[in-house]
Write a new protein. Structure first.
Length: 300
């Protein structure tokens, strides 16, 4: 298309040169074979490491996945993206960690050095994963549905249309996390007061979950005794529980109503009402169920 639109021969030649340079740049790596030393060195390093630690190798020996088990029996993978200059240059390392994983590398190092650093990093995150695993196993986590090991946030059900978002510091998992309550004001305000009044009771020697129970003076619903449908209600506008992977996060403040909504659904609904009014990015209008005045923030 670019060549056809050239008005003269000079412009055509300039465009042709540009197109060829881009094409050669994009295909250069495909045509230059990697040196034999790369393959011999890599195979030797894999044999020293042990093939039992290898979960995947691509046909070009450029991508390798190594597996490891931490001291609690959790399975982990590290993906290595190698280039032709290995071992002079280290591979790119991709891990499912909540913190950055930076490899210390010298030209004389090998895969076993990366693997040992990977194992050390796994143990440094043990307390964080212990805390998150206890929450995932003993409470109803509404979001995320299938948390990755890198996920530091959990939205935990407290009761019908009431939940708390916690953001855990992976470096200090036994410290008080950031907490944000979701639900009707008459329900979440007492929880906020308990959290503020009991903050001094936080004990880093006991688990994160037990601390939350003690500070909020509650027992979280358990997967073992309560069905998710008992407290996870569908949005009152789109009649679905999940919208783009998100559960309803707004609740009507009227105790007689308490209908939950997705923030996106509620904002669009209020926008459509002639009686609604807007102040900056906050819109006010009536609840679709009880006509109580609601507000929704476009950027929430």
């Amino acid at each position: 298309q670019r060549l056809h639109s050239c008005p003269d021969l000079v412009s055509f030649m300039v465009e042709l040169k540009t197109v060829l340079e881009i094409a050669l740049k994009n295909t250069q790596d495909l045509h230059i074979p990697w040196p034999p030393e790369y393959y011999s060195c890599l195979v030797r390093d894999l044999e020293i490491l042990g093939w039992n630690k290898v979960a995947y190798v691509d046909t070009g020996l450029a991508t390798i996945k190594l597996k490891a088990e931490d001291s609690c029996g959790r399975q982990h993978l590290i993906t290595l993206k190698l280039n032709a200059k290995y071992p002079t240059e280290p591979p790119d390392c991709l891990v499912d960690f909540p913190v950055q994983f930076a490899v210390s590398w010298m030209p004389q190092n090998s895969l076993i050095d990366i693997y040992n650093q990977f194992l050390a990093a796994l143990e440094s995150l043990k307390e964080f994963w212990d805390a998150m695993d206890e929450i995932d196993g003993k409470t109803w986590v509404l979001e995320p549905e299938n948390p990755a090991r890198a996920a530091t946030r959990r939205r935990i059900a407290i009761g019908t249309n009431v939940s708390v978002n916690i953001e855990v510091d992976p470096r200090h998992p036994n410290m008080l996390p950031e907490c944000y309550f979701l639900g009707a004001d008459h329900v979440v305000n007492p929880l906020r007061m308990k959290l503020n009044n009991n903050m001094h009771l936080w004990n880093p020697e006991i688990s994160l979950l037990q601390n939350l129970k003690d500070l909020l003076e509650i027992d979280f619903p358990s997967r073992a005794v309560i069905e998710k449908s008992d407290f996870a209600k569908d949005c009152g506008i789109c009649y679905a529980y999940r919208l783009n992977g998100t559960a309803p996060d707004h609740v009507c403040d009227d105790p007689r109503c308490g209908q939950p909504f997705h923030q996106t659904c509620l904002y669009e609904w209020l926008q459509s009402l002639p009686s609604s009014r807007q102040s900056f990015n906050v819109i006010f209008g009536e609840c679709p169920y009880c006509n109580k005045v609601r507000e929704s923030n476009e950027n929430e």
